[in-house]
Design a binder for this molecule. Structure first.
Ligand SMILES: [Zn+2]
Length: 357
């Protein structure tokens, strides 16, 4: 696909979602959502709320043509990497014994269709991540708690963002995880609306791929290790995936969702589909960045709480979420309780060590 075709597809997809949101949500509360396409050569997306929380929402999402171009080019490169089978022996070793192990790019779609679907998933997830920041008025939360005038939300290129630590970093990381959660929920709900049966099963894998592509890209070439305390504005890509992949398999493990989507998958099959596809993207990034072999383990997901410092990190995130959730609940613009970040009682017990893991 030529660059201009990528831009046209991206603007068509986002315009149609924005028109739908304006018609079905924003107009009902006298609000308005605008999307601005920026020509700066940055891999970024950002959001801005131009209204107070007690006024009808005037929200803007800035999308960047360069973001769309790079997302598509990465997907193209990822698909070429899978087709080259250069790492097939590793995938065979890690996943080959599972009865669901078959083609990594499903033949139910043409190659062009698969890339296009993955691209639309990636772009849509990024867009809904920005919408989630706006819906939950994270700019307000951040500026109120951190006493700053900055209401805008940026995903990349934040001046001196790596110096952020302590309470400020905890608020940023927690609101990022809340935006991730809502965006994934919206996207997987849409998958069930659009696909049924085997097409839905294939779409779960391709969404796990698409999500991983976007997250690794945003993460860039920073080290993948996590610290016990939040630092900077965004959680590590691995921590984000270690929470979003379970969100996907837990959603599709619900009996009503399986019945609506005409699929029959056990929990272990769902876990397998998500992990397999996400790990192939992790390995692709590992190869793309020409990292040395000893770094490979950093690209494999485990449970965040099993990492050194992971339990302390999640204690901070959960405590911060418990602190800001009432204010977010009060201010959020559109009410879908399932879209709001939550930590189950069982997970809280594991993190706070009230039961043995
Ligand atoms: Zn964000």
């Amino acid at each position: 696909m030529e660059d201009i075709e990528i831009y046209n597809l991206a603007t068509d997809v986002i315009s149609s979602i924005a028109a739908d949101l304006n018609e079905n949500l924003y107009s009902k509360i006298n609000g308005v959502l605008s999307v601005l396409w920026r020509t700066d050569e940055k891999f970024n997306a950002s959001a801005q709320s131009n209204s107070k929380v007690d006024e009808p929402p005037v929200h803007t999402v800035n999308m960047y043509y360069e973001l769309a171009r790079q997302l598509y080019r990465d997907i193209e490169e990822y698909c070429a990497y899978i087709e080259s089978e250069c790492d097939k022996p590793i995938f065979d070793t890690l996943f080959g014994s599972h009865h669901k192990y078959k083609e990594l790019i499903p033949s139910s779609f043409s190659k062009a269709e698969y890339k296009k679907n993955m691209f639309i998933s990636t772009l849509t997830w990024v867009f809904f991540h920005e919408i989630a920041h706006l819906n939950q008025e994270h700019g307000h939360i951040r500026s109120q708690i951190l006493q700053s005038d900055n209401h805008s939300i940026d995903e990349c290129n934040i001046y001196k963002s790596e110096n952020l630590e302590g309470r400020a970093a905890a608020i940023y990381h927690t609101t990022e995880m809340a935006a991730d959660f809502e965006a994934v929920y919206i996207c997987i709900k849409e998958l069930v609306r659009h696909f049924k049966g085997m097409d839905l099963e294939d779409s779960i894998g391709s969404f796990a791929c698409a999500l991983s592509c976007a997250l690794y890209k945003f993460h860039g070439i920073k080290p993948l290790n996590i610290d016990s305390a939040p630092k900077g504005t965004h959680p590590s890509v691995i921590v984000r995936l270690e929470h979003l992949l379970p969100q996907i398999w837990e959603f599709f493990d619900i009996a009503e969702v399986q019945s609506l989507g005409k699929i029959k998958l056990s929990r272990s099959e769902l876990v397998y589909i998500c992990e397999l596809h996400s790990v192939t993207v992790g390995l692709f990034w590992f190869r793309k960045q020409l990292l040395s072999e000893e770094k490979f383990h950093e690209f494999l997901h485990i449970r965040t709480i099993d990492r050194i410092g992971g339990r302390e990190y999640m204690k901070t995130i959960i405590s911060t979420w418990d602190e800001i959730e009432p204010e977010i609940n009060k201010n959020k613009r559109f009410d879908d309780p399932l879209a709001l970040l939550r930590f189950t009682g069982q997970y809280r017990e594991l993190v706070f060590e009230t039961i043995n893991s």
